[in-house]
Design a binder for this molecule. Sequence first.
Ligand SMILES: [Zn+2]
Ligand SMILES: [Zn+2]
Length: 61
Amino acid sequence: MDKKVYVCTGTCKAEISEEEYEGGLTKCGTEGCSMQGHTFEERIKCGTCGQVYRPGEAHSH
Ligand SMILES: [Zn+2]
Ligand SMILES: [Zn+2]
């Protein structure tokens, strides 16, 4: 099953689970990351292949 995740679009490329995000982890805190202090962006993670893509973006196998 596909699931919602949140990612840092900066250099650290952190991936945050929905649970972590709702638990208050909403911004990148990685020292030296180009997007440090910026809010994570919403993505969808494919449960089959693990690829992360934008909501609304076509994804098939
Ligand atoms: Zn980051
Ligand atoms: Zn896939």
